[in-house]
Structure formats: C-alpha cells, structure tokens
Design a protein around this ligand. Structure first.
Ligand code: CP
Length: 338
C-alpha cells in the first residue's frame, strides 16, 4: 500500500503489525527509519496532538518535518479540476503535490469537511487529490476519518483488556455546543468492528446516525470478523455491560449546513454527557475520548479524572503508531524502488 488514507483497505493483521511495531516504539525502540528523510505536514485545520506527535515522531526517527498551513503561511490551494482560478486560490493541487513530492518523502494532510454540504464533504476531495498527484506516500491526519487515532485507540484497548474480540464496545454521541466532524466517530466504528468487537452506536435519534458508508462498513466488518454491530437510542441498555466506552460529538448529517436548525435539536440532548452514573452501568468499563474535550459538557470531571479514563494513554499512543506508519511507508517506497 502506497498511502495510509483509511483503515478500510488494510487487513486486521496488517493493522495489528503496525500496533505491534508501535508497542516496540512505546517500549523504547530506537530507530533511524527516517534518517535523511523529510515529511511535509499540511494543516488546513488546527491541531495540538497531531502536529506535536508527527513533528516529534519524525525527529525521533531521524527525519525532518516541515509544517505548512495552506491559506495562512502557505498559498491557498485550488482543488477543482479544470477550474478557472480567478478566486482566492493561488496554485493548484496538481503543482502543489508534485512540488512537495520533490522535497518530501512523505506528505501528511489534515483537511476537515467545510461543514456546508455533506454530499461534497463525503467525497474527501482534498486528501484524495494529494494521493492522486503526489508521487510519495500520503498519510491522513484527519479528514472524514482519522485512521491514526484509530490505531492509537486500538493500541490502548489491547493494552487494557487484551484481545478485543467480542468485547462490548460502545460509541456514544455526546453533546457539544458546535457541530463537530464525524471523522473520529466513523473511525471508531471502523476500528472496533475490524477487530471483531461487539459494537453499539448510541446516538439521540436517527438524525445522528453516521454516513451509510461507515454504517455499511461496520456491518460488513462485524460479520467478517466475528463481531456484531447495532444502533441504539437508549442510554441505559447501550451502556449495560460495556467494556469500552468511547465518546464523541458530531453534527447531524441531515442538517449539514443548516446548523442553527440542528442546534435547537442538539441542545435537547445534553444529558448524553458521560458521567459516573452511566459508567456504573458498564462491566467495569474503560472510557476514552480522542481529545480535545470540553469538560462537564462531553464528560464530567469525575470521569475524566477517573482511573478508568485512558484518553491520555491514547493520546500518547499517537506518536508510537505514527512512527510505525511512517517507518512502514518509507520502507515500502524503498523496496519498490530497488
Ligand atoms: N485527537 C486529535 O487529533 O487531536 P488534535 O486535533 O489536537 O490533533
């Protein structure tokens, strides 16, 4: 595989290989897998964890990272094929990806949806264009899925509960005052079903069900990997006996671009906050969130400060899994060239 854009086209065993390698890095493995290599980190959106872990992970492997923010300190980029560029964009992805491929050995991209039209956003045009026009591997740092977060999450789950097969996994929607990206929620379904967990998606109403691409993938992967997948709108039964609770807020897809309308609905579901009462229904369950998280909005202080919260462990794992991904893609490139 040239790129790491989604886990959907990676087998469970190949993802497990990345997690095993990440565990080696976590135990202190020293590696110069990126010695003399350069990594372009393109951020169309803000970040704390992703930027820090990719920059430091590259440096730890002997490489050098360059951070670019198109539209801020780098030229705004055009992505429409055949566009007559008389607007705000200054150069086309065709040149950008080719030029960066001459400088960099890896290109990593964070490009969230524009939150205006889901039918456009779900095409994931930005990262697909980078993958199309770049001659070097491209890594997804979060677009409409977040595959690096998936691996960090699964690495933490395995260290806490061992084999995830048929362990009960709950992805719960939580309230947030703004409509957020569905990427981590999509990814949560992908990775939990990839590893054969018994997965429940809990959300307030059918309006909050994720895109059918990810629901269908979850159903298919659950079947292929001996797990299960269901959707629930009932908090108590969804939490009952869960081994892992993962929380995320996201905007309702049918209201995409009409956020004032959705807000009135979303505000009714503030009680989806993760609190100790709900966690008491679980099977001594462990809790996590990808972060950033608004305390006492998405989860209470008690949950975030509890022994069963592994959000910090998961955040640490980002650097380990990304080192594993970057090392593998560079190795693949070198093998293909020889
Ligand atoms: N979880 C995550 O990707 O964090 P950042 O948005 O801070 O990078």
């Amino acid at each position: 595989m040239k790129d790491f854009l989604t886990t959907q086209n990676w087998s469970q065993s190949s993802l497990q290989g990345l997690i095993d390698q990440a565990n080696e890095f976590k135990l202190g493995l020293d590696s110069d897998a990126l010695k003399g290599k350069s990594v372009g980190l393109l951020f169309f959106n803000p970040s704390l964890r992703t930027r820090t872990s990719f920059e430091l992970g590259t440096w730890q492997l002997g490489g050098h990272a360059v951070v670019l923010e198109p539209g801020k300190a780098a030229w705004p980029i055009e992505f429409e094929a055949g566009s007559r560029m008389d607007g705000d964009t200054e150069e086309h992805i065709i040149e950008v990806a080719q030029v960066l491929s001459r400088y960099c050995d890896l290109i990593c991209v964070r490009a969230f949806p524009k939150f205006e039209d889901w039918q456009v956003d779900r095409q994931d045009k930005v990262i697909k264009a980078f993958a199309k026009y770049a001659s070097v591997p491209v890594i997804n740092m979060e677009t409409i899925s977040h595959p690096c977060q998936e691996l960090a999450h699964m690495q933490a789950i395995q260290s806490l509960i061992g084999k995830p097969q048929n362990k009960k996994y709950l992805l719960s929607w939580t309230y947030h005052p703004k409509p957020l990206n569905t990427a981590v929620a999509n990814s949560s379904l992908l990775i939990s079903t990839k590893f054969g967990m018994d997965v429940t998606l809990l959300c307030p109403t059918k309006d909050y069900i994720l895109d059918k691409r990810y629901i269908e993938a979850a159903e298919k992967q659950a079947e292929q990997n001996g797990g299960s997948f269901q959707i629930s709108h009932d908090i108590e039964s969804a939490y009952a006996d869960a081994d892992i609770v993962y929380a995320k807020s996201w905007g309702a897809l049918p209201y995409f671009g009409r956020w004032e309308e959705e807000r009135a609905i979303r505000d009714e579901y503030q009680h989806f906050i993760v609190d100790q009462k709900k966690m008491a229904l679980t099977n001594g369950g462990q809790f996590s969130h990808c972060l950033p998280l608004r305390r006492n909005i998405k989860a209470t202080d008690e949950v975030m400060d509890s022994d069963y919260c592994f959000a910090i462990e998961e955040a640490e794992n980002r650097i380990h899994v990304q080192k594993a991904i970057m090392s593998l893609l560079i190795k693949n490139t070198e093998q293909n060239a020889s």
